[in-house]
Write a protein that binds this ligand. Structure first.
Ligand code: NAD
Length: 372
């Protein structure tokens, strides 16, 4: 049997999803035999941690055989933990990553990796000092429609990407109610735009400068949000190609017309669009036919555990399997710490551009963090 790495999760709201994805089979689904219903073979969940006893009880009800604690340091002392997966509020990620690396653990950190230059510098230094590896849990890359889009790109079907357009839009009053830190301790440029900015960087390569404008919706004002919740951004790649990103977190949704996350790639050979939360992929054929793949009914047990359209079982399982295999077989993987910090620098440049009302170069931020 393949070696399995032990995974511990800290932050058991969104993080509970990963415990279930690792240790539960995919629910019964036509066409998949019972013995093939495990999502992940290279890792298994061993422990969970949260300050809130209700979150521990909810995780324990789903995964009773794991070790649970409210003390993160106790979790980090466990020898059966190889990877710590971090799903605490954004402003805690830097400290939790540094502590995990100091304890000798590899790390999966959910998006956004960090939300301050100080934390970016701190985790870069920790990785150099302790020699541990980190994967940024950019879930969108690991969703079925975005995987198909990447495969088409890597097969050369799209040609050179000449323009890339991505958005993440979602009404967030429910999120402020659940997680008040979203209004007071972070900025939607990190919490929300981390999805589309990562996608643009993935396809266009290093970005040289950004130009952003931002404003606040009625929902942001109602919840006392300290930062803007509407952003429009142009990103100019080092080779001159253009990306465009939009985020709006107080809108009235039109979910069938505009999915929460979309990435349109305008290539020299074809145009392609991937969607989340629906599971659709569109691509132009060489004769101009528009092709549509709709994987929702085939894949909803795997990705959504037959629960709410929008859960992340499949993506979290996919990236954990991918990272565990990379660790076990010493493979190159992405997005690693350096790429994640470059994406952080882009988000921070967007934030500064919106505040200053002027374009911002990205290189000075990489220098502030200490990245080569
Ligand atoms: N698509 C995705 O990958 C995705 C989706 C949703 C959320 N997220 C990210 O996950 C993170 C958490 O989001 P959420 O919606 O679960 O937030 P949340 O506020 O619902 O949950 C955070 C949890 O962390 C716990 N916590 C805080 N400090 C802790 C500590 N020191 N030790 C142990 N537990 C601690 C809290 O008690 C809480 O249960 C955020 O960074 C968010 O951006 C990612």
């Amino acid at each position: 049997m393949e070696k399995q790495l032990g995974v511990a999760v800290v932050g058991l709201h969104e993080g509970r999803t990963l415990l279930v994805a690792l240790n539960h089979p995919i629910p019964a689904v036509v066409g998949i035999a019972k013995e093939q219903r495990r999502r992940v073979s290279a890792a298994r969940a061993v422990a969970g941690c949260d300050l809130d006893p209700r979150k521990i009880e909810s995780a324990r009800a789903a995964c009773p055989d794991l070790f649970y604690t409210s003390n993160y340091e106790e979790l980090l002392r466990r020898s059966d933990v190889d990877i710590v997966a971090i799903y605490t509020p954004d402003a805690h990620h830097g400290r939790h990553i540094e502590m995990a690396m100091a304890a000798g653990k590899h790390v999966i950190c959910t998006k956004p990796l960090v939300n301050s230059v100080d934390d970016a510098r701190r985790i870069w230094q920790a990785a150099q000092k302790f020699g541990r590896k980190l994967l940024v849990g950019q879930s969108t890359r690991f969703f079925e429609s975005f995987r198909r889009q990447r495969s088409a790109f890597e097969r050369g079907e799209l040609g050179t990407i000449e323009l890339a357009d991505a958005h993440y839009v979602h009404r967030m009053d429910w999120f402020y109610e659940k997680s008040p830190w979203a209004a007071s301790e972070t900025d939607w440029v990190f919490l929300g735009l981390s999805h589309p900015i990562d996608l643009i960087r993935w396809y266009l390569g290093p970005i040289e400068r950004v130009q952003a404008v931002a404003s606040r919706s009625a929902v942001a004002r109602e919840y006392g949000c300290q930062a803007p919740d509407i952003y429009c951004v142009n990103l100019i790649a080092a080779d001159g190609r253009i990306g465009r990103v939009m985020g709006h977190y107080g809108l009235h949704e039109l979910p069938s017309a505009r999915n929460a996350i979309e990435l349109v790639l305008y290539g020299s050979q074809a145009t392609s669009m991937a969607q989340y939360h629906d599971m659709r992929y569109f691509q132009s054929a060489p004769d101009g036919t528009e092709m549509q793949h709709d994987m929702l009914y085939q894949q909803r047990a795997y990705y959504f555990n037959n629960e709410v359209h929008g859960m992340h079982y499949g993506e979290f399982a996919n990236y954990t399997q991918y990272f565990a295999e990379a660790l076990l077989h010493d493979r190159v993987y992405s997005p690693n710490l350096a790429e994640g910090l470059e994406t952080f620098a882009l988000m921070e440049a967007v934030r500064r551009s919106a505040v200053a009302g002027e374009p911002q170069a990205v290189r000075p931020l990489l220098d502030e963090i200490g990245l080569p």
